[in-house]
Structures are given as structure tokens and as C-alpha cells.
Design a protein around this ligand. Structure first.
Ligand code: CMP
Length: 154
């Protein structure tokens, strides 16, 4: 089981796409175990995007993620890191597969609606920027988990 980090960026919030985006993860049977709306501070933004420091698009990236609220989530499931990124689509919406969030709702890499961690290490690091340990609600069972329990019962 993997836990990954997803953030609906300011363009997704301002365009009223929060529900549409969350729906796609729920309908895939992933488990949302933490969820909140927040204003990202410049300090949080710098930590989140530290790997992009020095790139030409870095200043606008920091400006953009701090412009308006984001919706941060922890999502859990089997191979959730790759699976969630598959649903999200390629960074540049022009290259994203039809049916992915970015292909369906976005047309520019700079305003591509959503961020999802690209590895286990990134997920751990990014989740720690946005959530404290006591904010996770992993104790409930989704219908998908209950079906797996039924299937695995001797
Ligand atoms: P994200 O998944 O949040 O990770 C880094 C972000 O940088 C990326 O999505 C894009 O929104 C943003 N970005 C802006 N310009 C570029 C660019 N030219 N190449 C890659 N990422 C870019």
C-alpha cells in the first residue's frame, strides 16, 4: 500500500474543479486519508518545489502556488503513486493522455491544475510539508477495502 500527496492548485480551486478532481480518485477506489484547503506560504512553496529552484519557471511557480488556496490530500492505495499520476496526466497538458485531468481541463504546464508526487521519497517529503501525523484518518475502511476483506476471508 502506498500513500501519495496530491494538491489541487489555485487554478483548480478558482475554476470550481475541486469536486470533479476528487471524484476521479474516489471513483478509482483510492482512499483519501487527509484533506484540507489552505493558503500555501512562500516558505512552504519553496520547500515543496525545492528541486525546481534555479529553473526559469521557478519564480512563477512559487508565485502561482501562493496566489490562492490549494486543496491538499493524502491518497492511499495499491501502487497509488503511479496510479494517481496516470489519472493526473503529463505535466504539459499538450502531452497528457485524453481522459486525464490535465488533458481534459488544462492547456498550459504553468497552470496544470494539480500536483501529484512522483516517487515514494517525494511523497513522504511533500506530505510532511502539508500534514502532521495526527491529521491522517486511515482507520476507516472504504467499500473497496471491505470487498477485498470479503475476497480474502478463508
Ligand atoms: P507540478 O507537478 O506541480 O511540478 C512542478 C510544476 O512546475 C509543474 O507541475 C508545472 O505546473 C510547473 N511548470 C511551469 N512551467 C514548467 C515547465 N516549463 N516545465 C515543467 N514544469 C513547469
Amino acid at each position: 500500500m502506498e500513500r501519495t500527496f496530491v494538491a489541487i492548485k489555485p487554478d483548480g480551486v478558482k475554476r470550481g474543479l475541486i469536486g470533479e478532481i476528487i471524484k476521479r480518485f474516489e471513483q478509482k477506489s483510492y482512499k483519501i486519508t487527509a484533506l484540507k484547503m489552505l493558503n500555501v506560504t512562500p516558505e512552504m512553496a519553496a520547500k515543496h518545489y525545492e528541486e525546481h529552484y534555479g529553473k526559469p519557471f521557478y519564480p512563477r511557480l512559487i508565485k502561482f502556488i501562493t496566489l490562492a488556496p490549494v486543496v491538499a490530500m493524502a491518497i492511499e492505495g495499491e501502487n497509488a503513486i503511479a496510479g494517481v499520476r496516470h489519472i493526473v496526466g503529463a505535466t504539459n497538458p499538450d502531452n497528457a493522455d485524453v481522459g486525464t485531468i490535465r488533458a481534459d481541463f488544462s492547456s498550459l504546464a504553468s497552470t496544470n491544475l494539480i500536483h501529484a508526487s512522483d516517487s515514494l521519497e517525494s511523497a513522504k517529503r511533500e506530505l510532511a510539508i502539508y500534514f502532521n501525523e495526527n491529521e491522517y484518518c486511515s482507520d476507516y475502511k472504504t467499500m473497496f477495502e471491505l470487498i477485498q476483506d470479503d475476497l480474502n476471508r478463508e
